[in-house]
Design a protein around this ligand. Structure first.
Ligand SMILES: Nc1ncnc2c1ncn2[C@@H]1O[C@H](COP(=O)(O)OP(=O)(O)O)[C@@H](O)[C@H]1O
Ligand SMILES: [Mg+2]
Length: 416
């Protein structure tokens, strides 16, 4: 389109743009095999687009008439007419919403899949018992499901609870009783590599599960930096482990009975300035020794292994350690470090435990089989006895637990 025509159109409509700008948004094309000229106008206002198209055509007609009329004033040799006037378009031509949505969607899907694959490749969290056993070099002795109720009330009321999580702790209890049968561990440190992996919640419920089986259990809050046992069990936190170690209270004064039969608690006491030193002291060893004499089980909650040496120090003086790994959160290298720090003090690792394991719907028993690396037995087969061909004693024990559903090994159950 010519500059003159554009300028005439701009003038006629009083448009707020230059002729050059208008030219950019107008295309005129000759329709093949006809004498028709198609005019396309692009404008953000559909009404103005129509007006421009129409004015442009009118001005073109006028221009041609002016140019073709001979000076004599005779009729022009050729003329142009407007064959069809422009109308207001129903839909905008740009943006092409539908097409853009489709392209966006396709790109989104491709990007999403890419991201998922990438995350999967980058994900080195521990999510299966095989990996957990491989890294820790010990058996998986428990698998504690995620249970939202535990956020509100960490302690499970075992006398009235047969939910999946209560069963998981009973199973863990049974497995514990199988570990080194000749010399069963009684002073057990519960730890993990990082904070918030369920140590404290799990420690409390291991203690409660043991108490349910009529054992006399003491829970010691050995996390002198971020103690939680008193909060989780609604106890007084001021007098406890550190208080006894400093000599400000006797053990008898510091031990607290709980609302649960068979469970006594030694909270952390005031946070001391030198937890590691305190935990490594002779007094601490003597204290644990005294507790061992008074109770069937001493369950010691602790600080995370990768943060401070506290847990490793405690573990060195205990019969063994249960290492928690939060399902899908704890990373391989964190576990490797944790195991390393336990090895460096010569602390015996009793077993690994998955915590906060997401469950699909209700807790199904089937996963217990795959979880111990065993084929799931057919429902129809009598006397479900999956046979393990692996020689690891911990795993065979675990298998026996599954076989006999654990109950017969508890004092209370067998006494009945
Ligand atoms: N089995 C579980 N199901 C649901 N939430 C849990 C479970 N175990 C722990 N939690 C929650 O996870 C958080 C960290 O637990 P906690 O036992 O304090 O971990 P840690 O002692 O390792 O820091 C808490 O909010 C706790 O309520
Ligand atoms: Mg804790």
């Amino acid at each position: 389109m010519g500059q003159t025509l554009a300028q005439r159109t701009v003038d006629k409509l009083g448009l707020n743009m230059s002729a050059a700008e208008l030219q950019e948004n107008v295309t005129a094309s000759a329709k093949t095999d006809t004498v028709l000229i198609d005019v396309h106008v692009l404008d953000e206002s559909p009404v103005r687009a129509r007006d421009i198209a129409n004015t442009l055509s009118d001005e073109f007609v006028a221009m041609v008439r002016e140019l073709e009329t001979p000076d004599s004033g005779a009729r022009p040799d050729s003329r142009v007419v407007v064959e069809q006037r422009a109308s207001i378009p129903g839909d905008p031509v740009v943006p092409k919403t539908l097409r853009n949505i489709a392209v966006g969607l396709a790109l989104g899907i491709v990007f999403g899949i890419g991201l998922a694959v990438f995350r999967d490749l980058m994900d080195n969290t521990v999510k299966d018992s095989g990996t957990l056993e491989e890294i820790t070099g010990t058996g998986v002795v428990g698998s504690i499901p995620l249970d939202k109720e535990r956020r509100r009330q960490p302690a499970i009321a075992f006398d009235a609870d047969n939910s999946g999580i209560a069963e998981a702790f009973r199973k863990l209890r049974t497995n514990l009783q199988f570990l080194s049968v000749d010399n069963p561990p009684r002073v057990i440190v519960v730890t993990s590599s990082m904070p918030s992996e369920g140590k404290s919640t799990t420690a409390i419920n291991i203690a409660l599960a043991l108490a349910e089986a009529e054992h006399n259990v003491v829970l010691v809050d050995g996390d002198l930096r971020r103690p939680t046992a008193h909060k989780y069990l609604d106890l007084v936190g001021a007098v406890g482990f550190s208080t006894v170690l400093s000599g400000a209270a006797t053990l008898d004064e510091a031990l607290q009975k709980t609302r649960f039969a068979g469970l006594t608690v030694l909270t952390s006491g005031a946070v001391p300035p030198n937890p590691s030193e305190l935990l490594g002291s002779q007094s601490a060893r003597k204290l644990l020794h005294e507790l061992r004499g008074r109770f069937d089980y001493v369950i010691v909650d602790s600080a995370p292994l990768l943060a401070v040496t506290d847990a490793a120090i405690l573990a060195a003086g205990a019969d063994g350690v249960l290492l928690m790994a939060r399902f899908g959160h704890t990373r391989r290298e964190q576990l490797i470090h944790a195991v390393g720090s336990l090895e460096s003090v010569g602390a015996p690792l009793l077993g690994a435990v998955f915590t906060l394991m997401p469950t699909r719907g209700s807790l199904s028993y089937s996963y217990d089989y795959s979880y111990y690396g065993l084929p799931e037995p057919k429902r129809s087969s009598r006397g479900k006895t999956p046979v393990s061909d692996r020689s690891d004693p911990a795993k065979i024990n675990a298998t026996s637990d599954v076989d006999r559903s654990g109950a017969s090994y508890d004092k209370r159950k067998s006494a009945e």
